[in-house]
Design a protein around this ligand. Structure first.
Ligand SMILES: O=C(COP(=O)(O)O)[C@@H](O)CO
Length: 262
């Protein structure tokens, strides 16, 4: 018999996926068709979200309209319009029907010179336009090896929230994404380590805004480890890459986590 203390905590949870630079229009349509047909599409327990590339943002938002699934963009500029070739503004993201926007993913910090300062500017721009900023923070391989993960995520969280209006609407959600855990060569983080890092992030957010923010975990999440991660007390959801790029995989994780933790 399972003791009450070993039962996963029941709580509101977010479960989402970013497709990164993947999927054609036809592939995006196929994903939406499957997800729309699931009972999870009309539930907010867990709250599902999908973050497609800009090429299908408007299309995915339209396809999932009328469901409870939120749709987000993978990046945003901090200005509303202007001579910023190749960039997409928060006005344009909202106009596509998105309600959230991912900011500061480690791939953007590493390959596209995203800095703590630009993450802060983008997060504030998102909030001005009623978009929930899904702010990614994470320790690098070297910071993890040096035992300075806490300082890294705390610094990134403070910078990201520096221009947020704590009393405003559309408060951000944070995703803890250890750089050493993301992608093909990633090592899944241990649930108790994740829980401890989430507490560090929550403390930094509370110091900055005077209130708690949801903190999701991302990095090599799979059907095998999802419940163990999501059931940690300081984990408010999962942000999934590869394991959720196929609709069946996404729904399987959402259903399992939902049954165990929501
Ligand atoms: O990068 C992420 C995790 O990717 P995995 O493929 O699950 O390691 C996260 O931002 C979701 O895209």
């Amino acid at each position: 018999m399972t003791s009450a203390s070993s039962q996963p905590l029941k709580k509101p949870l977010w479960i989402g996926t970013s497709w990164k630079m993947n999927k054609t229009i036809a592939e995006a349509d196929a994903f939406c068709d499957v997800v729309r047909a699931s009972p999870l599409a009309s539930s907010r327990a867990p709250q599902l979200f999908v973050v497609p590339p800009f090429t299908v943002l408007d299309r995915v938002a339209s396809a999932l309209r009328g469901t409870s699934i939120m749709v987000g963009a993978q990046n945003v500029h901090w200005e509303d319009q202007g001579a910023w070739t190749g960039e997409i503004s928060p006005v344009q993201v909202a106009d596509c029907g998105a309600s959230l926007v991912e900011i500061g993913h480690s791939e953007r910090r590493t390959y596209f010179n995203e800095t703590d300062e630009t993450v802060g500017l983008k997060a504030a721009a998102a909030q001005r336009h009623g978009l929930i900023a899904l702010i990614c923070v994470g320790d690098s391989h070297s910071e993890h090896a040096a035992g300075t993960s806490d300082e890294a995520v705390s610094r990134q969280t403070r910078a990201a929230l520096a221009k947020i209006d704590a009393g405003g609407a559309a408060l951000p959600v944070i995703a803890y994404e250890p750089v050493w855990s993301i992608g093909e060569k990633g090592v899944p983080a241990e649930p108790d380590f994740v829980n401890a890092q989430h507490l560090v992030i929550k403390e930094a957010a509370t110091a900055a805004l005077g209130r708690d923010l949801p903190v999701l975990y991302g990095g090599s999440v799979s059907l095998a480890n999802a419940v163990a991660l999501a059931s940690q007390p300081n984990v408010n959801g999962l942000f999934i890459g590869r394991a959720a790029w196929q609709a069946d995989g996404f729904l399987a994780i959402a259903a399992e986590v939902g049954a165990a933790c929501v």
